[in-house]
Design a protein around this ligand. Structure first.
Ligand code: ADP
Ligand code: MG
Length: 397
């Protein structure tokens, strides 16, 4: 299901939630405007290496000032798509346009694009300042102008005090920022980043994600970022394109991808999810009822789908949307009962693995709002699980 297929109420809700998100709010939401002109267009782009199809007929629009993330597992075609945009690979078929111009036959250095590589590729014998100034020098800019632009860039990446150092005298995170400064100093219209934070450890990575977003907002440059890390994509992106075996299987804002995945693959790839297999037993315009072998109560969802009567589907419910109770809940749909097999205390939340009588495992997370939350339920307890009518989605593929 795409956002366009949601009811007007649901659309309003997703928009509201996205607008409230301080991380995505400042970007102009051009992708929501049907009349907006896309900045980057992939038009039926395919890339084959001999018989192997690395990118399979992808069509995708990216808009000005987006921080667009290509997210997918290893080998799904992310880097190939990015390299074609940079001009390092030629499409086997299809067209790529940047700012309305067909890029066929245009060399990488003549495109309004810069690419930051994972290895950063800094010159080891040059200072930070000289690394950043390198491209400007080659363009023959006046010394005074170069100095000013390098100083501005250094300030932006918060390395003003380290301009004289050599790359080996910097931490991994600082080197990453030098590389970013160097790729932004020439004012590209489009910056491509392939796993930009891949070399950083987890904590530094998280901090750097926020910096990257701030810099992107400040400069207004359109970013296309490749990552295999779904949390990173969720944090950074205005929109995410989820890739699988050379295809883009879903495009949407992080919130849409998480709340309204269009397939079991996307639901599993982004975050943790329970998939309950069943059959449609009631198909109304804006609701469906599903019967699963795994639970006595039917599953009832307040959104319509298009499918054959009796079709086999998966109902996807996120662990944090399931409530736990010792007493039988009043609702007659969307509930089940099981035995707690395992509890993982994570500090801010606890993860419960609960076994239904059918043998199916359900995963539930509960925020630890109070200090003694963990004591409420324990191993081998019988518990009821239940959720709201709008908490789950039906997936037909
Ligand atoms: P990702 O970046 O998503 O990990 P890539 O785009 O690098 O994936 O690669 C997609 C697929 O294309 C992989 O199976 C990879 O082995 C293959 N591939 C990439 N570049 C080449 C090449 N130059 N020659 C042959 N196969 C390639
Ligand atoms: Mg790659």
């Amino acid at each position: 299901m795409t956002i366009a297929e949601l009811s007007p109420e649901q659309q309003k809700d997703t928009n509201k939630a996205a607008a409230k998100n301080p991380l995505t709010a400042p970007a102009p939401d051009l992708w929501r405007d049907p009349n907006a002109k896309p900045f980057v267009v992939f038009d039926n782009v395919t890339k084959k290496f001999d018989d192997f199809t690395a990118v399979d007929n992808i069509s995708l629009n990216i808009y000005r000032r987006e921080l667009f993330c290509l997210l997918g597992g290893s080998g799904s075609g992310k880097s190939t798509l990015l390299r074609m945009l940079a001009g390092f690979e030629q499409p086997t078929s299809g067209r790529i346009l940047i700012d309305g111009v067909d890029m066929a036959g245009i060399k990488p250095w003549n495109r309004p694009v810069n690419m930051m590589f994972q290895s950063y590729a800094l010159f080891p014998h040059l200072s930070v300042e000289k690394n950043i100034a390198f491209g400007l020098k080659r363009e023959g800019l006046a010394d005074g102008d170069i100095k000013k632009r390098v100083a501005n860039m250094l300030d932006m990446v918060q390395l003003g005090h380290l301009g004289k150092r050599k790359p080996h005298q910097l931490s991994g995170g600082q080197r990453q920022r030098v590389a970013l400064a160097r790729s932004l100093v020439k004012n590209p219209k489009l910056l491509l980043l392939d796993e930009p934070l891949g070399a950083l450890d987890k904590k530094l990575r998280e901090e750097t994600q926020f910096e990257l977003m701030n810099i992107q907002e400040e400069t207004g440059v359109t970013f296309v970022v490749v990552t295999h890390d779904q949390e990173e994509a969720m944090t950074l992106a205005t929109r995410i394109g989820v890739m699988n075996t050379g295809n883009i299987v879903q495009v949407g804002e992080p919130h849409d991808i998480y709340e309204y995945p269009n397939s079991a693959f996307v639901a599993r790839f982004i975050g943790s999810v329970n998939l309950i297999n069943g059959r449609i037993i009631e198909d109304e315009v804006d609701s469906v009822r599903v019967k699963s072998q795994d639970m006595d109560a039917p599953l009832y969802l307040n959104h319509g789908i298009s499918c054959a009567p009796g079709q086999e589907v998966n109902v996807a419910i996120r662990p944090e949307k399931i409530m736990l109770s010792r007493e039988l809940p009043e609702q007659t749909d969307n509930r089940c009962e099981g035995t707690i097999e395992d509890i993982a205390y994570m500090g801010s939340m606890s993860i419960f693995r609960i076994r239904l009588d059918s043998g199916k495992e359900i995963r539930v997370t509960q925020p630890n709002i109070a200090r003694d939350m963990g004591a409420r339920f324990t191993w081998n307890d019988r518990v009821h699980m239940y959720w709201d009518v709008d908490s789950a989605v039906v997936l037909t593929s």
